[in-house]
Design a protein around this ligand. Structure first.
Ligand SMILES: [Cu+2]
Length: 148
């Protein structure tokens, strides 16, 4: 025998839909302040920086980036070894729940190799950010000589 869907069941389904929608990880990140260092045409290497804010209750992981401006990219952190600061290539960058990852010169950054052309101040470049949960974010990075 078929049972009628009661208003109570309907409201539970409604709540479930709202809950699932709020789990959509696309809404739970805020990416700001994306910029990329200006490079003369002779320069082969550049770096990009941005801030990722994780507004959700689970951790997120940036696993790679891609841009039409460069042949290849790496995720870099800065390691202090004694008095020496060294860049280190890492497999991923974690953004803790309700936490923030702030990239900047002298700190965590996105390394760009094989620049396809010179980038002047005022240009902009698209960066595609790939996360471990299969979401992809495209952000526009401004080209700057240095951070404003
Ligand atoms: Cu680097």
């Amino acid at each position: 025998m078929l049972k009628m869907i009661t208003p109570k069941v309907v409201s539970i389904i409604g709540i479930l839909i709202v809950f699932l929608a709020s789990c959509n990880s696309k809404d739970n990140l805020k990416i700001t302040d994306a910029w990329i260092r200006a490079t003369p045409p002779s320069h082969n290497v550049s770096a990009a920086y941005l801030t990722i804010e994780n507004l959700s209750n689970r951790s997120r992981e940036l696993i790679s980036i891609d841009t039409p401006a460069a042949d290849s990219t790496e995720l870099h952190i800065i390691q202090h070894i004694g008095d020496v600061m060294e860049m280190q290539n890492v497999k991923s960058l974690r953004i803790p729940p309700r936490g923030k990852l702030e990239m900047n010169p002298g700190g965590t950054h996105l390394m760009l190799f094989g620049m396809r052309k010179g980038l002047g101040e005022g240009d902009s470049v698209v960066l595609s950010l790939y996360f471990a949960d299969n979401t992809i974010w495209n952000v526009e990075a401004r080209v700057l000589k240095k951070r404003r």
